[in-house]
Design a protein around this ligand. Structure first.
Ligand code: ADP
Ligand code: ASP
Ligand code: MG
Length: 423
């Protein structure tokens, strides 16, 4: 008996029948003698539909109003899940992020949780209630405005609640059986990882494996909360994200944990930047001031005759319009020639702690891509990750080629996608 925090994603809450199924699962956990706190996402593709709706009303909606709109999705789910639980004869109380004490900074659309003050949750638990919290949202400490945590942010709500409540475990319920060696939607031969380290999961999440929100993994690691990723559609044991996956295990850890891909990035090239001290700083300071996260950066060697260079970088596609507008304003000051924009790019990342001690991984990776006829546009590495930018149309072929080249294919197909539209 202890506190269990569960998170149910949108695909697990797609319609009334799904909500009733989730309610039964929550009640089962309560019946086992646990205090249960649940973070819920918006139903099905609600968040995307709300985004489409906003786009139909305004091309660049005010960020504050966008957050007011999007948080409505999670409020719908929280109330419906609480109702379904009540129908099963158990008492449930739903709370918005703000009511649950999720305090964030004031950056709309990608706010960071800075504190969780779960007073109302704790008193509801003391009253014997099941607590349902609207995920993906909080309230800004400074502005008192409602904020959202970025796409996939309910994972982070769940782990932050687990940390604040000192829960024994945070269970992330989704539409696949755990974390796989690649997205099962594009690699049917992917195999399930029984355990994965926080370190590798951080790299996978940062590289676009949307099974877990990046900040949820950071939180889990900081507060050492074991995260159990599993399907809400099966009873199978999922994947445990833990500090040390080799603990109590006689098996050696695999060299490569998996291949992640990301089609949501865009690439901007600043053409003809004067090659002198301070220009790169000026460009990237302006982007940082606009709250834009830059991913990969490549600067070409400047042509001797002109002393001009090109700087290319990738960034989240959702930030591309703001970045282009920010850079256009800098054109006269910096004196670059023009901007190029390409959103038909994709990123592919190979992740594995074994890279540290095994030379030749890069060569094998690039060899596999060459054999698949995939051209590499940009490269970046960390100690345990190699990422490349390729044409968007090549992404799926490249992921499968790398997966096979590193012997990650399962001998029997085990990857089941139970729901969701993959949107
Ligand atoms: P939820 O609605 O439950 O939050 P998401 O769609 O955000 O679900 O995340 C689950 C999806 O993540 C899966 O359906 C799968 O397509 C995708 N995914 C990407 N990479 C992986 C991976 N390495 N392992 C498992 N699923 C992955
Ligand atoms: N509903 C939000 C999204 O679709 C948050 C989440 O599902 O975690 O991104
Ligand atoms: Mg998600």
């Amino acid at each position: 008996m202890g506190i269990v925090v569960q998170k149910y994603g949108g695909s697990s809450l797609a319609d009334a029948a799904a909500i009733k199924r989730v309610a039964r699962r929550i009640v089962e956990t309560k019946k086992q003698g646990n205090d249960v706190v649940v973070a819920v996402s918006a139903m099905g593709d609600t968040t995307d539909e709300l985004l489409d709706l906003a786009g139909g009303v305004s091309p660049l909606p005010p960020a504050r109003e966008m957050d007011m709109l999007l948080t409505a999705g999670e409020r719908i789910s929280m109330a419906l899940v609480a109702m379904a639980i009540a129908d099963l004869g158990y008492e449930a109380r739903s709370f918005t992020g703000s009511q649950a004490g999720v305090i964030t900074d004031s950056v709309h659309g990608k706010a960071k949780i800075i504190d969780v003050t779960p007073g109302r949750i704790s008193s509801a638990l003391e009253d014997g209630h099941i607590v349902i919290v609207a995920g993906f949202q909080g309230v800004s400490q400074d502005t008192k405005e409602i904020t959202t945590l970025g796409r996939g942010g309910t994972d982070t709500t769940a782990v932050a609640l687990a940390a604040a409540l000192q829960a024994d475990v945070c269970e992330i319920y989704t539409d696949v059986d755990g974390v796989f060696s690649a997205d099962p939607r594009i690699v049917p031969a992917a195999h399930k990882l029984d355990k994965v380290s926080f370190e590798e999961m951080l790299e996978l999440a940062a590289s676009g494996a949307k099974i877990l929100h990046l900040r949820c993994v950071e939180y889990g690691r900081r507060y050492n909360i074991p995260i159990h990723v599993r399907s809400s559609f099966s009873q199978l044991e999922g994947t445990w994200v833990v500090e040390d996956p080799t603990e109590g295990n006689t098996m050696e850890q695999a060299i490569i944990a998996g291949v992640a891909h990301d089609r949501s990035e865009a690439k901007i090239t600043v053409v003809g930047v004067p090659d002198k001290v301070g220009e790169a700083a000026r460009i990237f300071t302006a982007l940082a001031d606009a709250q834009i996260n830059i991913d990969m950066i490549v600067q070409n060697v400047s042509a001797a005759s002109t002393n001009l260079t090109d700087i290319s970088f990738t960034l989240p596609g959702t930030d591309a319009q703001t970045a282009m507008a920010t850079l256009q304003k800098l054109q006269d000051q910096v004196g670059f020639e023009r901007l190029l924009f390409n959103d038909k790019v994709g990123k592919l990342s190979l992740v594995g702690a074994g890279m540290r001690s095994n030379p030749g991984i890069t060569a094998q990776f690039f060899g596999a891509l060459a054999e698949a006829g995939v051209n590499i546009d940009m490269i970046s590495t960390s100690e345990i990750r190699i990422s490349v930018v390729v044409a968007e149309d090549d992404v799926e072929r490249a992921v499968r080629a790398a997966h096979t080249a590193f012997d990650l294919d399962a001998s029997e197909v085990e990857a089941v996608v139970y729901g969701g539209t993959g949107r």
